[in-house]
Write a protein that binds this ligand. Structure first.
Ligand code: GH3
Ligand code: MG
Length: 309
């Protein structure tokens, strides 16, 4: 992931001169988006998802305070860093702006050097926050989502799919005879194989809402919202086939001459007798099916459509 790219700043001000001055200042180093009123600021913020907004407080129709309030109610824009730039220079105006959740407050007339310095400082903080978020959610070895990220997304998708009566598919993948692989080829080779399995799994998922995560050790989970049992099973079989197709030699395996995986999968398909009640139960069902795949010979996929007992 690249954290060093050009950052995007949205400037919202009803005064054309202010907009131009700020745009000229920022353009050499940043991508600049300009809005001339509050409504346009909201629309462009949702469309461009800027790293930072410079928001005028006093604007006709919708003032900057209201723009900020509305930004915070939309999950897409809720975390955008906002600096107020305002002709209202009393301490209580500044305090009010900060209380509403602005990161900073600059009074007009502004000093361009100070504006640039503050913008640079806040953009640096945005960059650092993104890096920390990335580190907190990504597994260092495979670069897949980590377990923490998976748990968050799984819970949210579980809620969403149940609410909308949509199917939700979950699969768990585990490398066959991986202990023997490490014993035979060494741990660094094991790491490389695990990375290849992770890459193949991630690229086998088809939709933007799908998620591949490393759940632990050599165990991956694949989450496919809005995907029925037949589709999900097909995707997982294709992934397992592609992994075997990598042709990673595994002389020590009793299963096959190449590295293989086993998978268990379950799909939540709405109401029925003995339905699955929680995402933990769906997870446990998937885990049991993986165990079955292992027990019945490995290098295979076991699937069931919920409601399961
Ligand atoms: P099974 O077919 O039943 O899944 O057998 P297995 O040998 O794959 O399973 P077992 O649970 O006995 O061993 C898992 C092995 O995976 C042991 C552990 O060292 C290895 N492993 C887990 N995480 C990593 C990792 O990050 N890198 C490497 N190289 N090996 C790992
Ligand atoms: Mg294993």
């Amino acid at each position: 992931m690249n954290f060093a790219g050009t950052q995007k700043v949205l400037v919202a001000d009803d005064d054309v001169v202010n907009r131009q001055v700020l745009a000229e200042l920022l353009k050499p180093e940043h991508t600049v988006v300009l809005a001339k009123n509050g409504a346009q600021a909201l629309e462009l913020a949702a469309r461009h998802l800027p790293d930072l907004m410079l928001l005028d407080v006093v604007m006709p129709d919708m003032d900057g305070y209201e723009v900020l309030r509305r930004l915070r109610t939309d999950p897409r824009t809720a975390h955008i860093t906002v600096i107020f730039i305002s002709g209202l220079g009393r301490p209580e105006d500044e305090a009010n702006g900060l209380k509403l959740g602005a990161a900073d407050y600059i009074a007009k007339p502004f000093n361009t050097t100070v504006v640039m310095a503050r913008v640079a400082m806040h953009l640096q903080m945005v960059r650092q926050r993104r890096m920390l978020e990335h580190l907190a959610h990504v597994d260092g070895l495979t670069e897949l989502a980590n377990r923490r990220r998976f748990d968050e997304v799984f819970e949210a998708e579980w809620q969403r799919c149940r609410r909308n009566g949509r199917p939700l598919s979950l699969a768990m993948l585990d490398i066959d005879a991986f202990k023997q692989y490490n014993d035979h080829y060494g741990h660094p080779a094991g790491d490389r194989a695990l990375r290849a399995v992770a890459r193949t799994s991630a690229s086998g998922l088809r939709r933007p809402g799908d998620l591949a995560a490393r759940y632990g050790g050599e165990e991956l989970v694949l989450l496919m919202p809005d995907t029925d049992a037949a589709q999900a099973q097909q995707v997982v079989i294709a992934i397992c086939t592609a992994i075997a197709g990598l042709g990673i030699a595994h002389e020590a395996s009793a299963v096959a001459p190449v590295l293989t995986v086993s998978a268990g999968g379950a799909t939540l398909v709405g109401a029925g007798a003995d339905p699955i009640e929680t995402c933990t139960e769906l997870f446990a069902a998937t885990d049991r099916l993986l165990y079955q795949a292992k027990k019945s010979g490995r290098n295979r996929v076991e699937w069931r459509a919920a409601p399961l007992q």
